[in-house]
Ligand binder design. Structure first.
Ligand code: PMV
Length: 326
């Protein structure tokens, strides 16, 4: 039986349908080739240990009986609660030590929390030789996110688990890989971090205040997602770009756009992108643009000149996987 294992899961970007997905509509999410890896080791002592230097967790240790209890530092929450949920479900009492290393900053909005949750469930199932169906795997990961954040559709868990580009309906009701080969995507980071649950709750509150209006907006976003799914499969990038612009307009209507996001989005469009929009909860994090290959350099330059940081990523990558098994 293996005593030590290293796994890794990809980050993600939302292509279409953020926010509306929390209200039962579909979204499209893609995985990116920047990964978060996690090394897990069985311990004789009944303790939980975590090193996660990227999120300021150093020398974190507690008794296994205290896992999931008391004040848990933000950077430790997802690994710790995923461990609690996994061990409780499978009645395991063994000690474990984890170490995470990320290829991307947790501020990018690439889904480091989800990737670390998925990594933890994967590593524990391998270490303790417990076979989980896709459904069981997803349930433990999703429970972890809800235990911590209270809200969330779980699309980021689907991307971290299955990779590829996925058509998703909450809470894992539909997880359909679109099997795209490539996508000429450009990513611009605003440098601003915004809290996702705060924005989700803000949209929820407005949706309660203006139920008919918001329902209409969510329905329109759902129509965009359906068209985008077909256009992506056909590689009709002109249309995908136009649909991105339409989706962005509706996200602005929902109140989750920001000045800096707009600046980068318009810079990308003016430099020849097919289309551009924010990706994720909004407020900050990243914007994405789709551009013809001969316009890529100009779009990247325009995003940088507008104050953004271009992040080089490839999309449609592999989901969670075992990197090393000792
Ligand atoms: O901020 P991100 O990248 O985690 O995306 C949030 C997307 C929302 O639809 C607003 C919330 C969710 O859980 O689906």
């Amino acid at each position: 039986m293996s005593k030590q294992i290293t796994v890794s899961a990809p980050g993600k970007l939302v292509l279409f349908g953020e926010h509306a997905v929390v209200h039962g509509k579909p979204c499209i999410v893609t995985s990116v080739n920047q990964r978060l890896s996690l090394k897990a080791e069985k311990l004789e002592e009944a303790v939980f240990e975590l090193e996660a230097p990227d999120v300021d967790i150093k020398g974190y240790k507690k008794a296994l009986t205290d896992v999931g209890k008391g004040d848990i530092p933000k950077g430790a929450q997802f690994v710790e609660l995923a461990t609690r949920n996994f061990l409780a479900k499978h009645k395991i009492k063994g000690g474990v030590r984890f170490e995470t290393v990320s290829q991307f900053k947790s501020t990018f909005g690439f889904g480091s929390s989800s990737a670390s949750t998925v990594d933890t469930v994967k590593a524990l199932s391998e270490l303790f030789k417990i076979k989980l169906s896709n459904d069981e795997f997803f349930k433990i990961a999703y429970k972890t996110v809800i235990d911590i954040a209270g809200v969330g559709s779980g699309f980021d868990l689907a991307a971290a688990t299955f990779g590829d580009t996925i058509y998703y309906v909450y809470p894992g009701k539909i997880i359909e890989p679109l099997k795209l080969k490539s996508l000429p995507l450009i990513v611009g980071y605003t440098g601003v971090k915004f809290d996702t649950p705060t924005l989700v709750k803000q949209v929820n509150a407005s949706a309660l205040k203006y139920p008919v209006l918001y329902k209409t907006i969510f329905n329109q976003i759902a129509l965009i997602v359906e068209d985008a799914k077909t256009a992506l499969k056909k590689k009709d990038y002109q249309k995908v770009g136009e649909l991105m612009n339409l989706n962005q307009g509706l996200l602005d209507t929902l109140g989750v756009n920001s000045g800096i996001l707009s600046k980068l989005i318009y810079a990308a469009r003016d430099a020849g992108a097919y289309g551009a929009k924010l990706s994720g909860a909004g407020g900050g994090d990243c914007m994405i643009a789709l551009a013809p290959e001969n316009k890529r350099a100009a779009v990247e330059k325009a995003i940088t000149a507008a104050g953004g940081q271009v992040i080089q990523v490839e999309v449609n990558t592999q989901g969670v996987k075992v990197e090393k098994n000792d």
